[in-house]
Design a protein around this ligand. Structure first.
Ligand code: F6R
Length: 366
């Protein structure tokens, strides 16, 4: 049931302190910061031999795959390719026996992802699923499965399953990094220690909901929205844009911030607002200069910033704040205001957020 919440989507967003904690602590030992998955020891052997990981997924799960690419390449230095399952399966892709094909899926039943997985299995690759539904087709058919413990997700727009996927991928990347002697123990422990606090920080981020709702109210009449992010937060820009499209029917596009000058900048004027994810430390000045480019064209800026940010916050017309964490852990926190922002816009526009038009929760047809 929806309990005190008006919609399943909102309930599921607010469940995240628990769903993320369940996911993290199901895969982490209490006392020694070791990461566990069923079959992880065997998988690690495969992973250390693997030449590359191919991630296959659709929609929001594909976005978590892109975040997984940043995490695995950064922490474990294993090459990762992220593929739309639908494109992958139909293009005669090259899959080898020393590839690991990782399918990410909330339902474990998405037809294209399942077909991509079956094809990869036929080619002799090791298959691995990150999914949320126990005993689903993908979980049954893969050599290895790491579950996300997000609980049943009813809202068609995926929220809590997404953050749980990112949490699992973060832990997988840390485990691989340690196994491959790329990640030193201190950094691994520091990341895991911070990860343990993520559920509390998600709770804190959720407390900004009323402020987000107020900002959302300013954007009910826009026709289009640009979302920009860099590095590990680029996929979050894609995710924010997808959510806005699917539940509010406002056109939105996510872009890597630096790509703006290769085309989208031509669109910017008073009528096209831009949401900028500006939490990265590494390229902060670059993000600020992207924001200046938007301001110079009279664009309205909604910025997602770390607590304590001054520069970007001062330039932005509206500010969404998240607690400051290691850059690699930011996507989980940044997803929260972006999902809430879309939710409030959609609700105020009178849209059916739990059952957006034309969409099905699980796409089992092709
Ligand atoms: C968007 C959304 C969809 C799903 C996609 C894949 O909010 O929910 O884009 O992410 O249909 O579904 P799963 O993860 O079940 O394979």
């Amino acid at each position: 049931t929806k309990g005190e919440y008006e919609h399943f989507m909102l309930k599921e967003i607010f469940e995240q302190p628990n769903t993320i904690a369940n996911t993290i602590f199901s895969h982490l030992s209490d006392n020694d910061d070791r990461i566990y998955f069923e079959g992880l020891e065997e998988l690690k052997k495969q992973l250390s031999k693997a030449r590359r990981i191919i991630i296959v997924a659709c929609g929001t799960s594909w976005h978590s795959g892109l975040i997984g690419e940043y995490l695995i390449e950064e922490l474990a230095r294993v090459p990762v390719e992220v593929e739309y399952a639908s494109e992958f399966r139909y293009r005669n892709p090259i899959v080898r026996e020393d590839d690991i094909v990782l399918a990410i899926s909330q339902s474990g039943e998405t037809a294209d992802t399942l077909a991509a997985l079956r094809y990869s299995k036929e080619q002799g690759a090791t298959t691995f699923a990150v999914c949320n539904v126990y005993g689903s087709s993908m979980a049954r058919e893969c050599d290895f499965t790491a579950y996300t413990y997000a609980g049943v997700e009813i809202g068609v727009a995926s929220t809590k399953a997404f953050t749980a996927q990112v949490a699992v991928l973060t832990m997988l990347a840390i485990a691989m990094g340690v196994e491959n002697n790329i990640l030193d123990d201190n950094r691994a422990v520091a990341l895991i220690t911070e990860l343990r606090h993520i559920p509390e920080l998600v709770e804190k981020t959720l407390q900004t909901d009323k402020a987000i709702e107020k900002i959302a109210k300013e954007f009910l009449d826009v026709n289009s929205f640009l979302y920009l992010g860099r590095g590990i937060n680029f996929p979050i820009a894609l995710e924010g844009a997808l959510k806005l499209k699917e539940i509010s029917y406002i056109h939105a596009e996510g872009y890597p911030a630096a790509e703006m000058k290769h085309g989208p900048i031509a669109m910017i004027d008073e009528s096209l607002p831009t949401l900028i994810v500006g939490t990265n430390e590494a390229f902060y000045e670059k993000i600020v200069s992207n924001a200046q480019e938007v301001k110079a064209r009279k664009g309205t800026i909604v910025a997602v910033v770390n607590e304590g940010d001054t520069e970007l916050a001062a330039m932005a017309d509206y500010v969404l704040t998240v607690p400051k964490v290691d850059e690699l852990l930011q996507p989980i926190l940044v997803a929260i205001p972006l999902h809430l922002f879309s939710y409030h816009i959609a609700v105020m526009k009178g849209c059916n957020v739990d059952q957006p038009r034309n969409l099905a929760k699980s796409v089992t047809v092709e």
